[in-house]
Design a protein around this ligand. Structure first.
Ligand code: SF4
Length: 250
């Protein structure tokens, strides 16, 4: 059993799993299959977060920060989320931040919002693609948009951003599907970097989501080869890629 964790995210309201038994992305450590009593959650203002960081890490810590990566929480809408991100960026800049600012999300997916995001910082579009097969079953109806829709999102992001980086979970797709679909992305040059993390299962129920081909290191080695053969060698961008951890492409 996995209880509803406190730090919720927007996708946890959706049912996932082959029997709709989960809430949230079926591979996520936040996914749950049993409710617990609601607890009050406060929102900390970005100004207070910055003050706290400066207090603990020094007055010039924001100025010295090279990268800020935001993970989406549970915004009311994409419009609200963009407003929140703008406010965060303005605040960081007012404290001397000059680094790279990106947002790991699938919530920003319309042309208008992708463009708005690019006005804040157009260095990296971080998209949570996660898997190619069983998308709605594993990710829910919103995040699990069809691959055709995902390709449209990536095409537009490619026009507006210097670099497109996707998150991918190794262990959900068949190797054939992984090869075929990464080739599709590579042919159109839609992806510059892949954050490939290996699936971990946190409960017996989660084991059922693993692709049946996963039965040891062979699958992992083949998955690595697929990415390397397509020229999707991970970049050293400071983001951990578990599939290549031994080569330290962080
Ligand atoms: S993977 Fe991300 S979007 Fe999905 S449930 Fe976990 S935190 Fe939410």
């Amino acid at each position: 059993m996995r209880l509803n964790p406190l730090n919720a995210c927007a996708n946890m309201k959706y049912k996932t799993g082959n029997n709709n038994q989960f809430r949230g992305c079926a591979f996520c450590q936040r996914m749950y299959d049993a409710k617990r009593c609601e607890e009050a959650v406060g929102i900390t203002r970005i100004e207070d977060i910055i003050s706290d960081i400066q207090l603990n890490m020094g007055k010039d810590s924001i100025e010295k920060t090279k990268k800020v990566i935001v993970l989406s929480g549970s915004p009311k809408s994409d419009l609200d989320y963009i407003a929140y991100l703008k406010n965060m960026h303005v605040n960081l800049k007012s404290h001397g931040f000059r680094g790279e600012f990106s947002v790991v999300t699938s919530l920003i997916n319309s042309e208008k919002m992708i463009e708005e995001l690019s006005y804040i910082d157009n260095s990296v579009f971080d998209f949570t693609l996660e898997c190619f097969d069983r998308r709605e079953e594993l990710l829910g109806p919103e995040k699990g948009k069809s691959l055709e829709e995902v390709i449209k999102i990536l095409r537009y992001a490619k026009m507006k951003f210097e670099m497109v980086r996707i998150n991918y979970i190794v262990g959900l797709d068949s190797l054939e599907s992984m090869g075929k679909n990464f080739q599709l992305l590579a042919e159109e040059n839609l992806v510059d970097d892949v954050v490939a993390n290996v699936l971990s299962t946190y409960s017996p129920q989660m084991k059922g989501i693993k692709n049946e081909e996963v039965n040891g290191p062979e699958y992992i080695y083949r998955a690595r080869e697929i990415l390397l053969d397509l020229g999707l060698k991970p970049r050293r961008t400071g983001v951990k890629k578990h599939l290549f951890l031994d080569e330290d492409f962080s």
